[in-house]
Design a protein around this ligand. Structure first.
Ligand code: C5P
Length: 409
């Protein structure tokens, strides 16, 4: 989606097997519209050649502070001033220690030290053996670089090149790209705790069957991602869907409406925003059979009785926190026609300040949608666009409607 359009990234590689992932990272950053200048340490060049990174970035790689291409002989100044961000991936334990000490005897650490600290952020994607990661020296150094203004992106866990298993793997290229996009997003929801429901619910008839619907969960997952990018602490209560969890979002998986209600009630006690996008089943089988319901040979279908499910949104909207204004509730309405009339009526019926309408059959499972926002002041359309973009716009619209938070102690 060109989410990094106009951004110039200095991508620094230090020594580590994860250098192979940096090639993919370079490609993804370019795909998102960024321009990328690669700088490699001597150790990085043991793992991957500058030729590969040059081909992927379309720019000659820098490796030495004595590079004769710079007319003023100051690549550390020129490179760092052009950058919107410096990303070190992989960032070795040694390089972190060098940053802590403010070392400047090779180009990459030199340009990190020379960067205008207020204007050019430094993001680190560490990569190392699990023992090196866990070592008190590394942890001490990480705390120090963070205190000195670097953004430490964390590490993955799993099999390591050395044959061991544990923490210290570099994040995947997609994860680092997602972190960088989030980093640049405006922090409209800083300090907020956002709770989102998404996907369908599954109401069991017996151990192998149940009733559910075609909600894909995409809109809710995009909203959770956009809220996190906007600086909120986000919990996503998800019904059965096949979607990856957005980075930095806490996910609680549930099946039935009653499980969803229980998870939501627990989180709603501290949330400041609740966005209900889940397509909750209206009814559940009154009695779920403990054993599979079998054909009995009579040719007659079993008769099922249904019970109404709790309305999660309406019940949260009635809570003291919501009524006092401490918890801002947003509902969704999937309609097939007369969107404005139905959305307006649903807003009143659910007792929520903001109701977001969409045409259900056109939205279910799709990657794009159009939204109609209805609140006390009237209505506003967010025209047809990707769910990703609409989620960002909606998050901004929600943020603009929130009472400002008390200053943090
Ligand atoms: O009543 P209807 O299902 O059309 O309402 C849709 C809105 O209410 C959505 O925001 C949905 O997530 C929420 N809802 C709910 N619990 C239900 C039914 C709907 O939270 N049982």
């Amino acid at each position: 989606m060109n989410e990094l359009a106009g951004k110039h990234i200095v991508l620094g590689l230090t020594g580590g097997v994860a250098c192979y992932k940096a090639a993919e990272l370079c490609r993804l950053l370019i795909k998102e519209g960024a321009t990328v200048q690669v700088v490699m340490t001597e150790a990085a060049e043991q793992f991957i050649t500058p030729v590969t990174l040059q081909a992927l970035s379309g720019r000659t790689v820098y490796g030495s502070q004595w590079d004769a291409r710079e007319p003023n002989n100051m690549p550390h100044i020129n490179l760092s001033r052009e950058a919107d961000a410096i990303v070190i991936a992989p960032c070795s334990a040694d390089f972190i220690a060098r940053l802590v000490q403010g070392r400047a005897d090779e180009l990459l650490s030199l340009l990190c030290l020379a960067r205008p600290i207020e204007r050019v952020p430094l993001l680190l994607a560490p990569a190392m053996n699990r023992e090196m990661w866990a070592h008190p020296a590394t942890q001490r150094n990480l705390a120090q670089v963070a205190q000195d203004g670097a953004v430490v992106l964390g590490v993955g866990s799993g099999d390591q090149a050395c044959g061991e298993t544990g923490d210290g793997r570099m994040l995947e290229a997609e994860e680092i790209t997602e972190e960088l996009i989030a980093f640049f997003a405006p922090k409209h929801l800083a300090g907020h705790k956002v709770l989102v429901t998404a996907g369908p619910t599954f109401e069991a008839m017996d151990p192998v069957r149940g009733i559910t619907n075609h909600s894909s969960g995409k809109m809710g997952f995009h909203i959770a991602r956009a809220a996190r990018e906007a600086g909120a602490e986000v919990t996503l209560v998800a019904g059965p869907v096949h979607l990856p969890t957005p980075r930095g979002v806490r996910r609680v998986d549930v099946q039935s409406a009653r499980q969803m209600l229980a998870a939501v009630e627990q989180q709603a006690a501290t949330a400041t925003v609740f966005v209900a996008t889940a397509a909750v089943a209206d009814w559940r089988p009154a009695q779920a059979s403990e054993q599979k319901i079998k054909k009995d040979g009579s040719g007659l279908a079993p008769t099922l009785a249904f019970t109404e499910n709790p309305d999660i949104l309406a019940s949260v909207a009635q809570s003291d926190r919501a009524r006092s204004g401490a918890l801002y509730c947003v509902g969704f309405a999937a309609e097939s026609h007369d969107l404005l009339a139905h959305a307006t009526a649903k807003r009143a019926r659910k007792g929520v300040p903001l109701l977001v309408g969409n045409i259900g059959p056109a939205a279910f499972g799709q990657d794009d949608n159009a939204l109609l926002l209805v609140d006390a002041g009237g209505h506003r359309e967010l025209p047809h666009a990707s769910k990703r973009l609409l989620a960002r716009q909606l998050v901004q619209e929600i943020a603009a409607r929130l009472p400002s938070l008390p200053p943090r102690a």
